[in-house]
Design a protein. Structure first.
Lengths: 407, 349
């Protein structure tokens, strides 16, 4: 097994596991193991003890630890034996504090439900860094539940964050968030089952795939991609980020007949991996990387012609965090180009750090040209962000999605 | 005197832990839920609770909006209970009457699946019923009974099947207990009084039941949608005929009068307890429809889960939970009236 294969199989298998609980994660790990070769232990916590001695010189302004870091499963680099994370070990050595790194987040909504009561009551959540996807990050920032990140403490991050990730509506000056990793939502299919290469979102609605298609649950991914398709067909005018409720209604009305006649069999989280494995799903909306890492050899991921959805998972410091300085130090640390390259090479998503690609290319040409990590310009030009809705709209959109999902 | 008084207190003392438990983990959360179910707002926008607002709309609106989920729950829950009974009764009967020294091992085998996680077992069903699974390999590829794009996963039958499998032990164990208690001498007495095979009655009852069961199975599968509108009535008739013949044969030759007149009536308390124990968890399940179903087969449990965890819409979720609870209570009440309250209490007479 080559180095690359190892990295491939070590991809975030259980990211966004749909059902809560380690059992699902266990199954996914099991399936990944069946898929061939080594697998990370996605439920395992890569919590790391400090390496004594190496932490000789803490920085001048002593930072207090431990840093309590909540992230998604399999979203950090691991050593060969998967017992510790080089990034975390180096960070601990540099700053002389421990990192309590927990793979605690399996779905934005579910994690939100666990922290919202404390944040709403003005209490400490126990976390110093949490990682949430754009729309959810925007929501908690708007709610005023996020600490401002000191610019003085994060010069590297401010210098190195990729330009296209700057200037977002909900935080134009990077005051509250820094991206952890980005990824894309596109179309996945099994080329043997479909019998042909697919290129578009619209291919998913080919009558030949009746009952063998699945979409992603919730509105952010599914409504964005179908919105792009309807825009390409001239039925709606707006890109996903500018979609109105009327556009969402149009997406709903387009999808409804396909749900009613059974063409769309389910709305899933990343358990679509199992459905591809069992042949029950031929074509689906999927997150980039998943099929390449954990799918079969006939499973393909495409960036559709109509465009794909780019999302970013963002580091945030919740209000009342006990170790804010440590959190800022971590944010700055992972924006160091060498650190970012090491991270990206392992977890296989799109790095938010300028120059990470060049850094990887120095050691691994093949990986540096992988379009999942480094989408080429013509694909990147057609990557669009999801909508970030106000609370009132979110309720209505969620209702539309729930209606499609039958709940 | 004081001794007597303390004796009178003993039952209350014995009940105290249970009552405290109920108060803490049943009554208080339910009061909280009741308050939520009459409130407005979501976790994000904040709640307006009684007495400022009494939002009855949560109840009335939910009933109409989620009527298909409610009917799914009731139909699937009832079908799963009936299927559990059809599978579980012969099984419990065989273990109780013919088990001999293997009884304990057989009972252990009934509950053995419980040693594996609920989710793993449901996901196993996904694999078994799946496109590349053994069931379709036989039915579709070998026997060519169904068209190539036929899928079991996503159909109501898959959900009902999953529920049936999941809750079968809840059916078997109470049935076993009550069948085991049946006095064998009564059966012998019935035989002495010329109780033989249940010929004519068994033929009629078996035929009706068999026809009904196969038609229900076919409808549950959504088979008609695959073979087209025109062929559907013929398929229903064929299924009814096959079911009637099979059921009639079983009724006429395999069921004895002593069973109908002695064993079965004496086991009714077990039937009652077992069906309640199966029906209640089945109707509230959300894992089977999630993993084995499609958007059209979602049950109330899925709506409640989605409202609570994804949309943080506690009022609607709480109202739905109360409606489900009320529905179950009404169903059990009707059922108790139907079977008679003596059986409910285990037949004190």
């Amino acid at each position: 097994m080559t180095d690359l294969d190892q990295r491939l199989t070590a991809l975030p298998v259980t990211r966004r596991v749909f059902l809560q609980g380690s059992t699902m994660a266990g199954v996914a790990a099991f399936l990944a193991a069946c898929g061939g070769g080594s697998t990370p232990s996605p439920t395992g916590q890569a919590s790391v003890t400090p390496t004594e001695g190496a932490s000789a010189e803490p920085t001048a302004a002593a930072i207090e630890g431990p840093l309590n870091f909540a992230n998604w499963p399999a979203y950090i680099d691991l050593t060969e034996d998967e017992t510790s994370s080089p990034t975390l070990v180096d960070f601990e050595a540099k700053h002389g504090i421990t990192v309590n790194y927990q793979e605690e987040i399996e779905a934005n909504e579910d994690f939100y439900a666990t922290i919202a009561p404390q944040l709403g009551a003005g209490l400490d959540t126990g976390w110093d860094i949490i990682v949430l996807t754009d729309y959810m990050a925007a929501r908690v920032v708007r709610a005023g539940w996020i600490e401002e990140i000191s610019a003085d403490a994060t010069p590297t991050a401010h210098a190195n964050v990729r330009d296209e990730l700057r200037g977002l509506d909900w935080d134009p000056d990077m005051k509250f968030h820094f991206p952890w990793q980005s990824g894309a939502t596109g179309v996945g299919y099994n080329v043997v089952s479909t019998g042909r290469e697919l290129t578009k979102v619209e291919d998913l609605f080919d009558p030949a795939f009746n009952g063998k298609a699945t979409l992603l649950s919730g509105y952010p991914d599914t409504f964005s991609l179908v919105g792009l398709m309807l825009k390409a067909k001239g039925q709606i005018a707006n890109l996903p980020a500018e979609m109105t409720y009327e556009d969402a209604q149009a997406v709903h009305d387009y999808l409804k007949p396909f749900v009613d006649d059974g063409h769309i069999r389910a709305f899933t989280g990343n358990e679509y991996l199992q459905d591809f494995g069992s042949g029950d799903t031929w074509v689906a909306f999927v997150w980039s990387g998943d099929l390449a890492s954990s799918g079969g050899e006939d499973d393909r991921f495409i960036f559709p012609e109509e465009g794909s959805i780019i999302w970013t998972d963002n580091m945030l410091i919740p209000k009342g965090a006990q170790h804010k300085a440590a959190a800022e130090a971590m944010i700055d640390f992972v924006y160091d180009v060498a650190n970012a390259a090491r991270l990206a090479a392992w977890i296989y998503y799109i790095s938010p750090v300028k120059g990470a690609g060049e850094e990887i290319a120095k050691t691994d040409e093949e990986l540096a040209s992988n379009e999942l990590l480094f989408p080429p310009a013509e694909i990147a030009a057609k990557m669009y962000p999801q909508m970030a809705l106000e609370d009132e709209d979110d309720v209505q959109w969620a209702d539309l999605a729930a209606d499609l999902e039958g709940t | 005197m004081s001794l007597q008084r303390s004796r009178r207190a003993i039952p209350y003392l014995l009940m105290a832990p249970g009552l405290l438990w109920l108060l803490l983990f049943f009554v208080i959360p339910n009061v909280q839920m009741l308050v939520f179910s009459l409130s407005e707002g979501t976790l994000r926008t904040g709640f307006t609770t009684p007495p400022e607002v009494w939002d009855i709309e949560n109840y009335t609106g939910s009933v109409s909006k989620f009527s298909s989920n409610f009917s799914n729950s009731i139909v699937y829950g009832a079908l799963a209970t009936i299927l559990c009974f059809l599978i579980g009764y012969p099984l419990a009967y065989a273990i109780a009457f013919k088990g001999g020294r293997w009884k304990n091992l057989l009972l252990f085998l009934v509950i053995a699946p419980f040693f594996t996680s609920f989710l793993i077992r449901t996901i196993s069903w996904k694999i078994i019923l799946g496109n590349d699974g053994p069931v379709l390999a036989i039915v579709r590829d070998l026997l060519h009974l169904v068209p190539a794009n036929f899928s079991i996963i996503g159909s109501p039958l898959a959900v009902v099947g999953g529920l049936t499998y999941q809750f079968l032990p809840f059916m078997v164990l109470p049935l076993y207990v009550s069948i085991e208690k049946v006095d064998r001498r009564l059966i012998e007495a019935a035989k002495d009084l010329y109780a033989g095979p249940w010929r004519r009655g068994g033929l009629v009852a078996g035929a009706i039941f068999g026809a009904f069961a196969l038609v229900a199975l076919q409808v549950g599968l959504g088979y008609g949608a695959f073979i087209g509108e025109d062929a559907a009535p013929a398929a229903v008739v064929a299924a009814a005929l096959v079911g009637a013949v099979a059921g009639g044969l079983v009724g006429a030759f395999l069921i004895s009068q002593s069973f109908i007149r002695v064993t079965f009536p004496l086991s009714l308390p077990g039937v009652f307890a077992a069906s309640i124990l199966t029906f209640i968890p089945a109707i509230g399940d959300y894992v089977n429809p999630q993993l084995l179903g499609s958007p059209k087969t979602q049950m109330v449990g899925n709506v409640i889960q989605g409202r609570f965890l994804d949309q943080n819409d506690y009022p609607i979720a709480a109202a739905l939970a109360f409606l489900l609870m009320a529905g179950i209570l009404v169903a059990i009440f009707l059922y108790a009236r139907l079977l008679g309250t003596e059986e409910l209490t285990g037949g004190t007479a």
